[in-house]
Design a protein around this ligand. Structure first.
Ligand SMILES: C=CC1=C(C)c2cc3[nH]c(cc4nc(cc5[nH]c(cc1n2)c(C)c5CCC(=O)O)C(CCC(=O)O)=C4C)c(C)c3C=C
Ligand SMILES: [Fe+2]
Length: 438
């Protein structure tokens, strides 16, 4: 099993819908040749045994040997995602097992110049950390011994960022406020924000290390507005690559657009030649903290739970048959003459063909913040979806779900944010430079 798991991780392609990779996708995650100061090794072949250092020869010999002989990283630790590129990392990257979402507000008096300096600082830091190198100043040591572990740091701007930096004329229409939905129970203190940072990694310490470094590098320029912490299944936890499950136990992410599909880029990334040149290659992230009413959900029989979604719980296959990737037969009727996939089933209502083609890339983290004051689990989904235009992605689908989704009685939308995520930085550039300096 261990060897099998290692083989999976080594072969791990990028698939945002899977926490441990999956077929049909492209990837930038690779085995790292670079690592943190004290990590001299590269992973090499999957399953490579670490170099055993004997006790004989005493501490000095041990230290000398440790200096000279590389120690093999596990394949999880050695996953590295490129910081520079056409798009920012953390969008099509395979879902990671640890995540932090943080929104910042610019401090009073911090305008465009300070924001530009902050983005320059943050970008340089993110590039170092994602390569597995320590933060250049005051590294806390929390991630020592670990490789990059597929760390990604992704930056976005909220609507208010543009007013604070005097850039209202360059604010894209896609940042117009989301409409209210009847199921919203939004806490403004945990919603919105001038800046948004998404951190993901396949190691909890590596993710936390990046979070602290980013927070400290904000200095006096920006203050944390809210922070949310999430998780997904660890790579290698399952015997074969699988779509991850959420805290309701459902396989979640099956029908995500795949990078291999011809319309993937058009759906997820802003193309060249639209409204604002600085936005080319960017995307919009809708972030919703969705509490799951798990006590109520877990009282339902498995058959009822499956009816709510329209898919089997065990393997994610449609109730109309086949396997996980079989399309839902939405027209199929049961012996009672009713559709097998109910009219209000979540998978039916959210399907692109029911929403004028509206599609989004869902890349969430689960969260669990203990027990709420009402004695029920404060747990659910940090729902993050990516699209080229929220008005053609999240908004129409959520409108439809809001009107009659069988899943709604088991959910509570508690916080919301909409952020524009600029395209990736080229070498020598920082994220957002084309907005802040042109
Ligand atoms: C507005 C968009 C969506 C919200 C909010 C949302 C919340 C949400 N969904 C699940 C569980 C599942 N969702 C599934 C499919 C699915 N969901 C959305 C959109 C939202 N979900 C879409 C676009 C789709 C794909 C539809 C399709 O193309 O067929 C599924 C089925 C498996 C899958 O395809 O991923 C599950 C399960 C939860 C628990 C939740 C809120 C907490
Ligand atoms: Fe969904």
């Amino acid at each position: 099993m261990k060897a099998e798991a290692l083989k999976q991780q080594a072969a791990r392609p990028e698939n945002p819908g899977r926490s441990d990779g999956g077929p049909g996708t492209t990837g930038s995650t690779a085995l790292a040749g670079v690592s943190r100061r004290r990590l001299l090794g590269t992973a090499g072949a999957a399953g490579a045994a670490g170099l055993a250092l004997g006790a004989a020869g005493g501490a000095a010999a041990h230290a000398a040997a440790a200096e000279a002989a590389p120690t093999a990283l596990s394949t999880v630790g050695s996953g590295v995602v490129a910081f520079h590129g056409e798009h920012q990392a953390g969008i099509t990257t395979a879902m990671q097992s640890s995540g932090h979402l943080v929104a910042f507000d610019l401090s009073p008096g911090a305008g465009r110049k300070a924001a530009a300096a902050l983005m320059r600082r943050w970008s340089a830091l993110a590039a170092e950390l994602m390569a597995g190198r320590p933060a250049s100043r005051e590294d806390t040591g929390v991630a020592l011994d670990a490789g990059p572990s597929s760390l990604t740091v992704t930056f976005g701007f909220g609507r208010t960022f543009f007013g604070r930096t005097g850039l209202t004329a360059r604010r894209p229409a896609g940042l117009d406020p989301l409409p209210p939905f009847s199921a919203d129970r939004l806490d403004p203190r945990r919603s919105d924000g001038d800046l948004w940072v998404q951190i993901g990694a396949d190691d909890g310490l590596v993710a936390f290390h990046a979070l602290r470094a980013i927070q400290k590098a904000a200095g006096d320029t920006a203050r944390v507005r809210w922070q949310m912490n999430g998780f997904n299944r660890a790579p290698g936890a399952t015997a074969r690559p699988m779509t991850t499950r959420n805290l309701m136990g459902q396989i979640d992410g099956t029908n995500n657009p795949k990078p291999s599909e011809p319309d993937f880029d058009r759906r997820v990334f802003v193309p060249a030649g639209t409204e604002h040149g600085w936005l080319t290659g960017g995307s919009y992230a809708v972030v919703r903290r969705i509490r799951m009413l798990l006590d109520d959900w877990e009282r339902l029989s498995t058959a009822k739970q499956e009816g709510v979604i329209g898919r089997r719980k065990s393997d994610g296959a449609p109730l109309t048959g086949g396997g996980e990737s079989t399309p839902l037969a939405l027209d199929e009727l049961g012996p009672d003459g009713k559709p097998v996939v109910a009219a209000n089933a979540h998978a039916r209502i959210s399907a692109p063909e029911q929403n004028g083609g509206a599609a989004m890339l869902r890349r969430p983290f689960s969260y669990h913040d203990g027990i709420g004051p009402d004695g029920t689990p404060d747990a659910g989904l940090l729902f993050i979806c990516w699209q080229a235009d929220p008005l053609r992605g999240f908004v129409p689908v959520q409108r439809k779900l809001d009107r009659g989704d069988a899943l709604s009685p088991f959910l509570r939308h508690e916080a919301s944010g909409l952020f524009v995520v600029p395209g990736g930085a080229r070498q020598g550039e920082y994220v957002g430079q084309r907005l802040l300096e042109s």
